[in-house]
Design a binder for this molecule. Structure first.
Ligand code: HEC
Ligand code: HEC
Ligand code: HEC
Ligand code: HEC
Ligand code: HEC
Ligand code: HEC
Length: 372
């Protein structure tokens, strides 16, 4: 009798939970969709109509539907869209942003502002074709008119695949039922849209990235402050493997598999010993200078993220880095969108001076004695 009572209340509770708890994006359809791209007989925006019947967000940069929602002239982190939080990746105010999300920001590479080809991926609608690079450096495969050549062109190599943002975010699933908007959670399947909608464009099996998504995309953690020991951040998967590239290369559902889909040679040349390129997804040894990674207390630093051998929800020990287990990976040093520094680096490489003293940041996060 008592148990029946409890079930009854759980049942009633489920009925009265707002539906948005189960969805990813939330709010009235018309906040984000337009049925005919027409109002009072006039086109609704300047650039459409768009795929998925998407609107052009007011206050967004008018170059594509993805960019209108994910850009802003007033915020460099996130914005409210009718009660739903939208992450901002392209801030286009006049001075450079002082804080940004995990992926960095496109401000520095954009035509209007930074205009520096080395400080971001040149993406359609934000920047022109890179003047220095005629294709993705370290290509293991390449084909004409594709995202391997430039993300700033309309690709024609793979039918059905988008261009620009969608050259990397190939699996957009805004309605995927993973974790509520604004809250964190572990994403490890195609049904959930993979980690940040990142997956292969054309591998044999449609594989994607697994990861633990910070609900606010690490807003507040990249503002120049010291956030060592932070316990709320993204968590990335790593997979120790010699050679190979991309999701077909046996690298698992890792960010490194994702990046090497276009920059393959930067991992194919990776052997067990005798590095000839900096390793990615190599375990940080518990010896020598590496044994002191993250300092005496092994504090995790979102400025120098590492990849874990396995993930869980919630993460088992997010505040710490574990030598002999965690790995260095592409995102330990780079931001995928753009940064204030050349080569999309997470920190100023010109300030990394051997024997120069200073904090254990950047290279010195792992190479803890090279600044001594
Ligand atoms: C906060 C923004 C937002 C709201 C609110 C929203 N959508 Fe979407 N929706 C999107 C975006 C962005 C896409 C782009 C493609 C994708 O990610 O699947 C999309 C894609 C879709 C798709 C195609 C992909 C799929 O999942 O089937 C359908 C259908 C859809 N929306 C229907 C709706 C309906 C119906 C409503 C209202 C009940 C709604 N949407 C409310 C943002 C939104
Ligand atoms: C070169 C590949 C690439 C391109 C091009 C790209 N992204 Fe991303 N994006 C990523 C990766 C990788 C992450 C995950 C970053 C992390 O969690 O550290 C990400 C994260 C994001 C996020 C989550 C916020 C964040 O910073 O973590 C959003 C939103 C996003 N991207 C939107 C876009 C939009 C919109 C575009 C086009 C203007 C775009 N991306 C172009 C690779 C890319
Ligand atoms: C109508 C507004 C709108 C449009 C258009 C839109 N997005 Fe989004 N996007 C959102 C919102 C809202 C979220 C936050 C959903 C969440 O994670 O809770 C989001 C989240 C994302 C994320 C991060 C997903 C995550 O796991 O946090 C990526 C990546 C992304 N969008 C890429 C794209 C791409 C690529 C396009 C173009 C095909 C696009 N978006 C178009 C509103 C939009
Ligand atoms: C879909 C293909 C694609 C993927 C995936 C991709 N890149 Fe790139 N990358 C390119 C292209 C094309 C260029 C050259 C043009 C440019 O800079 O936009 C490039 C350039 C770069 C550069 C040099 C930038 C410069 O202008 O000097 C870096 C660094 C880089 N990528 C890092 C990464 C990292 C890290 C990842 C994974 C998070 C990644 N890339 C994923 C296509 C890709
Ligand atoms: C230990 C830090 C570190 C890691 C890990 C790392 N990179 Fe780099 N990367 C750099 C630095 C520093 C540069 C620029 C200077 C140099 O190459 O020495 C660079 C340059 C690049 C370039 C530009 C090369 C050119 O020809 O202009 C690309 C592309 C790139 N990295 C992609 C990647 C990818 C993909 C991964 C993961 C497989 C990765 N990086 C892992 C530090 C790193
Ligand atoms: C997140 C940790 C991490 C960061 C950050 C990092 N490295 Fe490394 N680095 C490693 C690991 C792990 C190895 C391989 C160690 C081993 O031999 O097992 C390595 C190897 C190297 C090697 C080759 C060492 C050898 O024994 O052959 C050089 C050189 C190097 N790193 C330079 C750099 C520079 C320069 C930077 C900054 C641009 C940097 N690393 C940033 C973790 C890191």
């Amino acid at each position: 009798m008592k148990r029946g009572f409890i079930f009854f209340f759980i049942f009633i509770g489920l009925i009265f939970l707002p539906p948005s708890v189960f969805a990813y994006v939330s709010g009235p359809c018309s906040n984000c969709h337009t049925m005919h791209y027409s109002q009072d007989g006039q086109p609704l925006g300047t650039d459409g109509p768009h795929q998925y019947l998407l609107i052009e967000k007011k206050g967004g940069h008018h170059s594509s539907a993805c960019i209108t929602c994910h850009s802003s002239q007033t915020s460099s982190t996130y914005e409210d869209l009718g009660g739903c939080k939208v992450p901002i990746v392209f801030y286009y105010g006049s001075s450079e942003p002082t804080s940004y999300l995990a992926g960095g920001n496109f401000w520095w590479v954009s035509k209007e502002h930074g205009h520096d080809d080395t400080k971001g991926h040149n993406v359609l609608g934000i920047a022109e074709i890179d003047q220095n690079l005629s294709e993705a450096p370290g290509p293991a495969i390449t084909c004409a008119n594709s995202c391997h050549v430039s993300l700033a062109i309309k690709q024609t190599a793979v039918t059905g695949l988008g261009s620009g943002c969608e050259g990397c975010h190939t699996h957009v699933r805004h309605h995927a039922n993973d974790h509520p908007n604004g809250q964190s959670g572990w994403v490890n399947s195609a049904e959930q849209g993979w980690y940040r909608f990142l997956s292969a464009a054309h591998s044999v099996k449609p594989e994607g990235v697994e990861g633990y998504e910070h609900g606010l995309w690490e807003a507040g953690l990249h503002d120049g402050g010291n956030h060592q020991g932070a316990t709320e951040h993204n968590e990335y998967l790593g997979s120790q493997k010699t050679g190979g590239y991309g999701f077909n290369g046996g690298l698992g559902h890792t960010v490194t598999a994702f990046c090497t889909g276009c920059h393959g040679l930067f991992h194919t040349d990776q052997y067990d010993s005798g590095w000839i390129r900096h390793p990615s997804d190599a375990i940080i040894p518990n010896k020598g200078e590496y044994a002191n990674v993250g300092g005496d207390n092994h504090l995790y630093d979102p400025l120098s993220p590492v990849a874990r051998q396995s993930l869980s929800d919630p993460p088992s020990d997010p505040g710490h880095v574990n030598p002999d287990s965690d790995m260095v990976m592409c995102l330990s040093c780079h931001r995928p969108h753009g940064s204030p520094y050349p080569d999309l680096l997470r920190w100023d490489y010109t300030e990394q001076i051997a024997g120069g003293g200073g904090d254990d940041k950047g290279c010195f996060y792992c190479h803890t004695q090279k600044n001594d």
